[in-house]
Design a protein around this ligand. Sequence first.
Ligand code: BG6
Length: 488
Amino acid sequence: MSFSKDFLWGGAVAGNQYEGGYQDGGRGLSTLDAVTGGGYKKPRMITYKTKDGEFGEAPIDSSMTGNIPEGAVGYIKPDTFYPSHMATDFYHHYKEDIALFAEMGFRCFRMSISWSRICPNGMYEVNEEGLKFYDDVFDELLKYNIQPVVTIDHFEMPLYLADHYDGWASREVIDFFIFYAETIMKRYKDKVKYWMTFNEINVLSGWCQIGIHSNDPQTLYQAHHHIFVASAKAVELGHKINPDFKIGMMAAVIPSYPMTCRPEEVLESIQFNRAREFYMDVQVKGYYPSYKLKEFERLGVKIRMEEGDLEQLGRGTVDYIGFSYYMSTVSTINPDAEQTEGNQFMAFKNPYLETSDWGWTVDPMGLRIALCQIYDRYHVPLFIVENGLGAADEISPDGTVCDDYRIGYIKSHIEAMKQAVEYDGVELMGYTPWGCIDIVSAGTGEMKKRYGFIYVERYDDGTGDFSRRKKKSFDWYKNVIATNGEVL
Ligand code: BG6
């Protein structure tokens, strides 16, 4: 057997892409509530109001990183469609959805808590109705023996903190975050064992994700320092609240290969990969690595630290590494090399690999390579908390959704996981394919780009009755879990 008996098979989603109910139950607004849908190669727009009361729109780039002018605040325009407002309406469908996850045999379910549902303006006021909602969700999951895996912060922040504090650029946000994290970790200490602090910490930037109004390196790395300190404090506090908690970090893993064996391209790929490893080094080893300190010197970045920050990083190291894996990329010194779309950025095209309909490189062996490299470097358990294929699924006239391409993608990635476990000895805790039920795409804001085993009738023009139906991959994945990954 490749996978342990208690291997965490499940699925993953995020609040702003799935939950909806944006004004229900006393929830406050979050940055993503002021971001419109976009489309393939059509940017999502942040709608805002400037200090002088003028309305404006700023595009976010291929991911979520867009900025708005200094002093501008997020603004929801009337008669405009905002995908996060209803998303795919987990808020009103959680019982039905969890029953479907249980039918597939899920042993865990990765979701995020919406900070502004717990603390409506991100500060010290607590919304009991919001806490109660997640109590109900966790109770429903536990009824079926599904372990919740909770991301404390997934790509959004309370709008008030972005508007009034310049988000994570402000040191005070650490205390607000810790208040929120402590509130939920205490409340759910007997219901949730698996936590992750920040989703894809290595790509966090811009107003939507971390509330900052400029992505210049000084602002960005200062904000990241605050996020590191906040994460380390939350990890330390969580272990005190319940010593059985398993608290992980979460990174986007997009391994890069050198385009050729030219030493310059090998070095280029080392540097590309280091940009990610920096975040793992801080959160797993507990200190700023020398290569990054040298980079700060070159960039003229001076991180303002308070006494005790570095010790705090050392005391708040994580128990495991959670990561997303969708694709690999290549590094080259040839500026004219062909490019393709990628997760959060434009990637160079690998001539040996196919791409998805959204241009992302499909590379199952890259997952095995990533697992080996990460495990060899850190020796902590790994958890693949996102993986999957975004595709334009169609309902056939007979009502079925035949997503064989998704089955093929996930099968090949599970095979790669198996090899990493069986041959390479990687300690793997679990696997939660992304968007296990259809949700809004983070990068494009579309419903058209679907990942789920369950189809949701919701469309980009805002129509659809939110009804759910099983895709072909539903029964296939159910059997994968039932056989603990033996039958693919
Ligand atoms: C990851 C994010 O980067 O990629 C998710 O953590 C996101 O939030 C996922 O949805 C897939 O990206 P997209 O743009 O296809 O939704």
